[in-house]
Design a protein around this ligand. Structure first.
Ligand code: HEM
Length: 378
């Protein structure tokens, strides 16, 4: 009845067919006490298992407890279905060694080499207060209230151990992660997710999505690395750009989403094709050419981003864009080279500003009721 299994080999919320709504949160750990952090991860895991099944965060629930005590669930999801809620946790680089170089929790030697700080990219306009974080939780659901309820209750349970560093709401998935889903559109009006890694591509997922034994520390085997980028889209400027230019910037048609020169969305792009004047049919600076595996040593990503509109910016413009999320086996070989190429040459850059960035190691799935988020790490 609308519930996604919480337990499994991999965490839910990665290859799960992308839900329509997002609430993403990054926490700072504010305790120095390792035991308190581990106890919180255990308590969070139990709450996550309950909430993803459509139940209250705590055992007693929103309205059955003692009248003298605050309830162990906040109540706003009472009566709502699970709405395909998934909760996916990740651990950031600073959990292993903080900005002062301290190994707060005795886990510095377990930091995966693939969890290497991202380099600065051309054009980055990152705001530190909405970037990075010690722990992230990605809540996705088909009801925004269910996603917000889950994050709110995790933050409530974590009081005194973690504090919310930043959080982001998203609407309208900008990717398909399953062949059963129609490709949605982003705020530029283009289909987004056509050439994404999909749940059915099990061979590609093995090679490009999941960490293997020997890739790094054992606790990450079966996990995946998450890169988030909050990308402001200058939609008012985009909206004054002619259709043909928009299509050249993307490299696909706006209607069908087909590669330029082809008719069907799922046709393969032909980057060698030339027009009558000898110019490439798909421009050298187009987004899909530069992001394509053929330009990036075969690298692929599982993209799982969401649109956002955070009100307006006081200058007569919507504060809108794409909260980009991508999962991968090794960001050093996937996100970093792809974004390096895009940041230098992508014609879309004129309409984009990357304002936040974060990187997290998402461990494998929670196996059963005795297992918990991060057990193998601690
Ligand atoms: C493809 C839009 C940022 C990586 C696409 C497509 C669109 C699009 C419309 C074509 C449809 C598809 O295959 O999904 C955007 C917008 C962005 C953005 C509006 C920013 C707001 C990024 C970033 C990366 C990225 C930051 C990674 C560093 C890719 C990849 C593909 C793709 C790998 C598939 C290319 C292929 O194999 O054909 N994007 N994108 N995109 N994008 Fe983006």
């Amino acid at each position: 009845a609308g519930a996604v299994p919480f337990h499994g080999e991999h965490q839910a919320g990665i290859t799960t067919p992308a839900q329509d709504r997002l609430h993403f949160v990054a926490f700072d750990v504010i305790t120095k006490d390792r035991a308190r952090l581990v106890a919180l991860l255990q308590e969070w895991t139990a709450a996550a298992a309950r909430m993803t099944a459509g139940r209250d965060a705590g055992l007693i629930g929103a309205v059955n407890g003692m009248p003298e005590a605050p309830p162990d669930d906040t109540g706003e999801a009472l009566g709502l279905p699970p709405a395909q809620l998934t909760l996916t946790i990740g651990f950031g680089p600073m959990l292993f060694r903080d900005a002062q170089g301290r190994d707060r929790f005795g886990i510095a030697d377990r930091r995966p080499p693939a969890l290497a700080d991202l380099p600065h990219f051309a054009g980055d306009a990152l705001r530190p207060e909405i970037s990075a974080g010690d722990i992230c939780v990605q809540a996705c659901a088909n009801d925004p209230q269910v996603a917000v309820h889950a994050i709110r209750n995790l933050a409530r349970i974590g009081m005194g151990v973690v504090s919310v560093r930043w959080s982001q709401l998203g609407f309208g998935r900008t990717s398909s992660t399953s062949r059963g889903q129609a490709t949605p559109r982003n705020l530029f009006g283009f289909k987004d997710g056509t050439a994404n890694l999909k749940a059915e591509d099990t061979g590609l997922l093995r090679d490009h999505l999941w960490a293997h034994p020997g890739d790094g520390p054992d606790w990450m085997t079966g996990g995946s690395y998450l890169v988030s980028r909050k990308i402001r889209m200058l939609i008012e400027t985009w909206d004054r750009t002619p259709l043909a230019e928009q299509e050249q910037i993307v490299g696909r048609s706006k209607g069908a989403g087909a590669p330029l020169g082809k008719g069907d969305e799922f046709d393969e792009p032909d980057f060698a094709a030339k027009g009558e004047g000898g110019e490439p049919v798909i421009a050298e600076t187009s987004h899909v050419r530069l992001a394509h595996p053929s330009q990036n040593n075969g690298a692929r990503l599982l993209r799982r981003g969401y649109n956002f509109v955070d009100g307006s910016d006081g200058l007569g413009r919507l504060d809108a864009g794409l909260f980009f999320i991508a999962y991968q086996r090794d960001p050093r070989k996937q996100f970093v080279p792809i974004q390096t190429g895009l940041s230098r040459n992508d014609a879309m850059n004129e309409y984009l500003r990357h304002v936040s960035s974060a990187l997290f190691a998402c461990p494998p799935g929670v196996r059963d009721a005795a297992d918990f988020w991060g057990r193998a790490l601690f």
